[in-house]
Design a binder for this molecule. Structure first.
Ligand code: PLP
Length: 400
């Protein structure tokens, strides 16, 4: 195929044409500053207000509960730092071993600055044991930060139950929903989270815009201090085009989520089922019963995920070997390690993640190419050769 087959949508997504269309006027025609006294700039505040309504609808929340940010990482940092600063007497926080670096590296940083952190473990399928969570919450736990869905495996955590446990024990619950937004319900009437992070570029809005839901009544100190923007909760001249784009993207997500979810799950399942059928020594990583509809993480044992990606890349197929933010380091995925996935499987793991723009023809093209790629790489792999020899020596033909 000449066209790129983009199956890396957990890394980032294409800006939807409907989103781009509403954004364009803000670059050259309506480029004013919403804080200006004149109508040219000041009237843009209405456009931001409308976008805030659209984002609030995705959460079934009030507009006053939405703060615009620059990305998911900022939303996560603002949430955790904002709560910790609001509860200076509480010096403990809880998170999981499989969070995105936006939370995990912040937690490690906070540990170096006098905070205590509990990192909850997961099982082989990436699931949390809620008794571990119950046991971990202490009177001095300021905040519990647990993701909604994992970016590498798609495993979905039971955030409603998690929120109930955290609230019963009197702590604050922050949920990183960057991967869940647009794919799962973010209805804050049923998810008892105090703060929820989302990021524009994961749901067909542009990079450089995100949002933080802050439930009414949550104690929060602004992370970015500056002007009066966002009602004093996040300083900085607004990214009007990005905000308007995020609003439109949230509207699209709200109206097409369920239908798109089933369509993408069918594509994902087609890929997964045929890979399992046609290629030996593969395993699907994560909780297959509780997963994002668009994600599969498959390990092709005895070869390197990076080598598979390069071969796919030669055929214009984009996938990923772990989190977009950690690839390049060649460090084995911290998520798969936390799950106890065997070494040979971790190294051969590839994530395929779908979006509204993927088609069945694309899946079939991948299925046409992938078995040959895996066979070629395994033929060159010393691990595969050793495994084949071991198999021969441990299973001799019983017949003379
Ligand atoms: N949280 C999760 C679960 C993510 O997957 C990502 C990005 O991959 C982020 C946070 C960070 O979002 P951003 O890239 O917008 O900073």
């Amino acid at each position: 195929m000449d066209q790129v087959i983009y199956l890396d949508n957990n890394a980032t997504t294409a800006v939807a044409p409907e989103v781009l269309e509403v954004m364009l006027p803000y670059y050259q025609k309506s480029y004013g500053n919403p804080s200006s006294m004149h109508t040219f700039g000041g009237s843009l505040a209405h456009d931001i207000a409308r976008a805030r309504e659209q984002v609030a609808s995705l959460f079934a929340a009030q507009t006053s509960e939405i703060v615009f940010t620059s990305c998911g990482t900022e939303s996560d940092n603002a949430a955790l730092r904002g709560v910790l600063e609001a509860y200076p007497e509480k010096r403990h926080l809880i998170t999981t071993r499989v969070e995105h670096p936006a939370v995990l590296n912040l937690a490690k940083h906070l540990e170096q600055h006098g905070y205590q952190v509990t990192y909850l473990p997961v099982d082989m399928q990436g699931r949390l044991d809620l008794d571990h969570l119950r046991a971990a919450i202490r009177p001095d736990t300021a905040v519990v930060s647990i993701m909604y869905a994992n970016n590498e495996t798609g495993t979905v955590f039971p955030v409603t139950q998690i929120g109930q446990i955290v609230k019963e024990r009197g702590s604050v619950f922050h949920c990183d929903a960057v991967q869940a937004a647009g794919k799962l319900s973010l209805d804050t009437r049923s998810i008892p989270a105090d703060l929820i992070s989302i990021s524009g570029h994961k749901l067909h809005a542009p990079k450089g815009v995100g949002a933080l839901y802050i439930r009414r009544g949550t104690r929060f100190v602004p992370f970015i201090i500056g002007g009066h923007q966002e009602h004093g909760r996040r300083g900085g001249t607004e990214n009007v085009a990005g905000i308007v784009g995020l609003g439109r993207a949230c509207e699209l997500a709200r109206t097409s989520r369920e239908q798109e979810g089933s369509r993408q799950a069918a594509l994902r399942d087609r890929l997964e089922a045929r890979v399992l059928e046609r290629i030996s020594e593969v395993q699907v990583n994560g909780d297959r019963d509780h997963r994002l509809p668009n994600t599969t993480n498959i390990s092709f044992s005895y070869i390197e995920g990076e080598a598979i990606l390069l071969k796919l890349n030669e055929r214009n197929i984009c996938a990923s070997s772990g989190s977009a933010c950690t690839s390049g380091s060649l460090e084995p995925s911290h998520v798969l390690r936390a799950m106890g996935v065997p070494f040979t499987a971790i190294h051969g793991s590839v994530r395929f993640s779908f979006s509204r723009y993927n088609t069945e023809a694309e899946v079939d093209f991948v299925l046409q190419e992938l078995p040959g790629i895996i066979a070629e790489l395994r033929n060159m792999s010393p691990f595969w050769a050793r495994r084949a020899r071991e198999e021969k020596s441990t299973c001799p033909d019983p017949l003379p």
